[in-house]
Design a protein around this ligand. Structure first.
Ligand code: FES
Length: 107
Protein backbone atom coordinates (compact mmCIF):
# COMPACT_ATOMS: atom_id res chain seq x y z
CA UNK A 1 0.00 0.00 0.00
CA UNK A 2 1.29 3.45 -0.91
CA UNK A 3 1.51 6.09 1.78
CA UNK A 4 -1.98 7.67 2.03
CA UNK A 5 -2.57 11.38 1.50
CA UNK A 6 -4.57 11.44 4.72
CA UNK A 7 -5.50 8.99 7.43
CA UNK A 8 -8.90 9.11 9.11
CA UNK A 9 -9.12 7.60 12.58
CA UNK A 10 -12.62 7.01 13.96
CA UNK A 11 -12.88 6.27 17.67
CA UNK A 12 -15.10 3.27 18.37
CA UNK A 13 -14.21 2.94 22.05
CA UNK A 14 -16.93 1.63 24.32
CA UNK A 15 -17.26 1.85 28.11
CA UNK A 16 -19.97 0.68 30.49
CA UNK A 17 -22.96 2.99 30.97
CA UNK A 18 -22.29 5.37 33.84
CA UNK A 19 -18.53 5.37 33.34
CA UNK A 20 -17.22 8.85 34.23
CA UNK A 21 -15.44 9.30 30.91
CA UNK A 22 -18.33 8.20 28.73
CA UNK A 23 -17.41 6.88 25.31
CA UNK A 24 -17.85 7.49 21.63
CA UNK A 25 -19.74 4.22 21.32
CA UNK A 26 -22.44 5.52 23.65
CA UNK A 27 -22.77 8.53 21.31
CA UNK A 28 -23.20 6.76 18.01
CA UNK A 29 -19.68 6.26 16.67
CA UNK A 30 -20.58 2.95 15.03
CA UNK A 31 -22.88 4.77 12.62
CA UNK A 32 -20.12 7.30 11.93
CA UNK A 33 -17.57 4.60 11.14
CA UNK A 34 -20.10 2.75 8.98
CA UNK A 35 -20.86 5.93 7.04
CA UNK A 36 -17.14 6.46 6.38
CA UNK A 37 -16.79 2.85 5.24
CA UNK A 38 -19.70 3.16 2.84
CA UNK A 39 -18.44 6.48 1.47
CA UNK A 40 -14.90 5.15 0.99
CA UNK A 41 -16.33 2.19 -0.88
CA UNK A 42 -18.82 4.17 -2.97
CA UNK A 43 -16.28 6.84 -3.92
CA UNK A 44 -13.30 4.49 -4.30
CA UNK A 45 -11.15 6.47 -1.86
CA UNK A 46 -8.99 3.56 -0.72
CA UNK A 47 -6.16 4.24 -3.17
CA UNK A 48 -5.41 7.68 -1.72
CA UNK A 49 -6.81 7.68 1.82
CA UNK A 50 -6.73 5.40 4.86
CA UNK A 51 -9.57 4.74 7.30
CA UNK A 52 -9.08 3.04 10.66
CA UNK A 53 -11.40 2.38 13.57
CA UNK A 54 -9.53 2.86 16.81
CA UNK A 55 -9.74 2.93 20.58
CA UNK A 56 -9.95 6.14 22.59
CA UNK A 57 -8.14 9.11 21.04
CA UNK A 58 -8.76 11.61 23.82
CA UNK A 59 -11.80 13.87 24.03
CA UNK A 60 -14.36 11.25 25.09
CA UNK A 61 -16.84 13.71 26.52
CA UNK A 62 -17.35 15.42 23.17
CA UNK A 63 -17.43 12.37 20.90
CA UNK A 64 -17.94 10.80 18.50
CA UNK A 65 -14.33 11.77 17.79
CA UNK A 66 -12.63 11.66 14.40
CA UNK A 67 -8.95 12.50 13.92
CA UNK A 68 -7.41 13.29 10.54
CA UNK A 69 -3.67 13.10 9.89
CA UNK A 70 -1.19 14.38 8.83
CA UNK A 71 -2.79 17.66 9.99
CA UNK A 72 -3.84 16.31 13.38
CA UNK A 73 -7.30 17.84 13.12
CA UNK A 74 -9.70 16.50 15.73
CA UNK A 75 -13.41 16.60 15.02
CA UNK A 76 -15.91 16.18 17.82
CA UNK A 77 -19.62 15.53 17.97
CA UNK A 78 -19.43 14.02 14.49
CA UNK A 79 -22.60 12.49 13.07
CA UNK A 80 -23.08 10.20 10.09
CA UNK A 81 -24.52 13.16 8.17
CA UNK A 82 -21.19 15.01 8.50
CA UNK A 83 -19.08 12.40 6.76
CA UNK A 84 -19.66 13.68 3.23
CA UNK A 85 -18.58 17.17 4.27
CA UNK A 86 -15.39 15.92 5.94
CA UNK A 87 -14.52 13.94 2.82
CA UNK A 88 -15.37 16.71 0.34
CA UNK A 89 -13.81 19.60 2.24
CA UNK A 90 -10.94 18.13 4.23
CA UNK A 91 -9.82 15.00 2.43
CA UNK A 92 -10.38 16.17 -1.15
CA UNK A 93 -10.01 19.98 -0.92
CA UNK A 94 -7.58 20.10 2.01
CA UNK A 95 -9.85 22.49 3.96
CA UNK A 96 -10.64 21.32 7.51
CA UNK A 97 -14.29 21.68 8.51
CA UNK A 98 -14.14 24.41 11.15
CA UNK A 99 -17.68 23.91 12.47
CA UNK A 100 -16.80 20.33 13.48
CA UNK A 101 -13.32 20.99 14.84
CA UNK A 102 -12.89 20.12 18.53
CA UNK A 103 -12.50 23.23 20.68
CA UNK A 104 -9.02 24.09 21.90
CA UNK A 105 -10.13 23.22 25.43
CA UNK A 106 -10.35 19.53 24.54
CA UNK A 107 -7.67 19.19 21.81
S1 FES B 1 -13.93 7.20 23.82
FE1 FES B 1 -13.75 8.18 21.89
S2 FES B 1 -12.29 9.73 22.26
FE2 FES B 1 -12.34 8.62 24.14
Amino acid sequence: MAKPKKHVLVCVQGRPPGHPRGSCQLKGCNEVYQAFLEAFQARNLWADYALTNTGCIGPCSSGPSVLVYPEGVMYSGVGAADIGTIIDEHLIKDQPVERLRAPASVW
